[in-house]
Design a protein around this ligand. Structure first.
Ligand code: ZN
Length: 433
């Protein structure tokens, strides 16, 4: 009985305290908040059964505390969202450098319990300053290049922007000062697009400076047109493999695979850019599958013909390299496996990361003999060729991507091109032209 009474008393005590509003509010700031600029938006969620009587934001810097914001009215709601700005506009005493931000919520209950959220922040009011190398960059559609740049001042993002594609920047290898960026002029980038070096720190818009570029009009690759005859046998093979439970019009199903699945698969490949090493994993030119015939090259425009009628068109962003059936598929260069599994239209697929966002892709394999995170050597056999996925015959679909943008691999097979575009501008240990 005695224990029961204690429990009962405790229960009524906690009930009383809850009713009186002794509890503390919970305070949550969902968005990352590491930098304060001139007027940085802050969103804070407060939960308290008795509402919120007050929310304050204080910034401490060099021993002084400044009230940066305070709510003007109490809220009776259990859930309140406060949205406001803090920064040098309203607190001009702040200057660039380290600071400490404290949010404090006070309960609407009788005992006015408080909760704190605090964090070290940087006050950054000046935009970064960016400069790029003064090289003349020769640009070819579908190809890659390398630029070096310098950014001073605080920045949260920097790189090379080509049209709507951003390519990351990396610290120069070997501990040298400055940054570099491998970037691509994608196969479908409009002629006349000037790549920009950019940097931002959230103070205002991005700071940009154009690269000096030459776009030799006469030497641009010409993409060729091809017709793919879709036989009933090929269509049945593709549908049986990639849409085994589907029903309805076979042509519509085939076109859906060729568009939607292709798009989703390319997105999966592109997202592998985040699984890249921040160093060169290679030191020799890339190799092309031994003794192979190129049945198709980069950015061929393919019309799909079924019973004499065009049913679809796609751009083929790789090389189709044929040797013999079930030939050993060779790694094009040293690297780390970041994908080794089926991938829709690409069938059994391997992706090798070579560092700094550069990756090679191998599709349609009949067998995969490597695992994710395995290190592979140049020319190492990783599996056997085949015709899985959207393939009508045994071949290796070989492709390359840079920061998720598919590029023409052929330059990377060429030691002179690597010397002129990469090794001349950054340290590429062990590379000899
Ligand atoms: Zn292919």
């Amino acid at each position: 009985m005695r224990t029961h009474n204690v429990a009962a008393n405790l229960l009524s005590l906690s009930l009383l305290l809850t009713l009186a509003g002794c509890g503390k509010p919970s305070l949550d700031v969902p968005a990352p908040l590491n930098t304060i600029g001139q007027a940085t938006p802050v969103i804070a969620h407060v939960h308290d059964a008795h509402g919120v009587s007050k929310l304050t934001a204080t910034v401490e810097q060099n021993g002084a505390g400044y009230e940066a914001w305070q709510s003007t009215a109490a809220s009776k709601n259990a859930d309140s969202t406060f949205s406001f700005t803090i920064g040098t506009k309203t607190t001009p005493q702040l200057h660039d450098g380290k600071a400490h931000l404290i949010l404090e919520a006070t309960s609407g209950g009788l005992l006015h319990g408080t909760s704190r959220w605090e964090r070290d922040v940087n006050v950054v009011t000046q935009p970064p300053v960016i400069s790029a190398d003064s090289d003349q960059h020769y640009l070819y559609r579908g190809m890659a290049d390398l630029a070096t740049l310098n950014v001073t001042g605080a920045y949260t993002a920097a790189g090379i922007r080509v049209s709507n594609q951003d390519f990351r920047t990396w610290p120069m290898p070997g501990g040298k000062p400055g940054l570099f960026s491998l970037y691509a002029f994608a196969w479908n980038t409009p002629a006349g697009t000037t790549p920009l070096a950019f940097a931002s720190n959230g103070t205002s818009g991005d700071v940009t400076t154009p690269l000096t570029v030459i776009f030799p009009k006469k030497e641009q690759p010409v993409y060729t047109q091809h017709e793919i005859q879709v036989t009933d046998q090929f269509m049945q093979k593709v549908l049986g493999e990639l849409d085994p439970n589907g029903t309805g019009d076979p042509v519509a199903r085939f076109v859906k695979i060729n568009n939607e699945m292709r798009k989703a698969n390319n997105q999966t490949l592109s997202d592998l850019r985040f699984k890249t090493a921040d160093q060169f994993l290679w030191s020799q030119p890339f190799t092309r599958q031994s003794h192979s015939q190129a049945e198709s090259t980069f950015a061929d425009v393919r019309s799909y013909i079924y019973h004499g009628k065009k049913i679809d068109q796609q751009v083929h962003l790789g090389y189709d390299l044929a040797v013999t059936q079930h030939v050993g598929v060779e790694a094009s260069n040293d690297g780390r496996i970041v994908w080794a599994a089926p991938l829709g239209i690409y069938g059994n697929c391997i992706v090798v990361d070579h560092g700094y966002g550069l990756q090679t892709i191998y599709g349609h394999l009949s067998r995969i003999d490597v695992h994710v995170d395995d290190m592979v050597k140049r020319s190492q056999i990783m599996g056997l060729s085949g015709m899985t996925g959207m393939a009508g015959g045994d071949h290796v679909h070989f492709a390359m991507q840079l920061d998720g943008v598919q590029i023409d691999p052929k330059e990377w097979w060429d030691a002179h091109w690597i010397q002129d575009h990469v090794a001349r501008r950054v340290d590429l240990p062990g590379f000899h032209k």
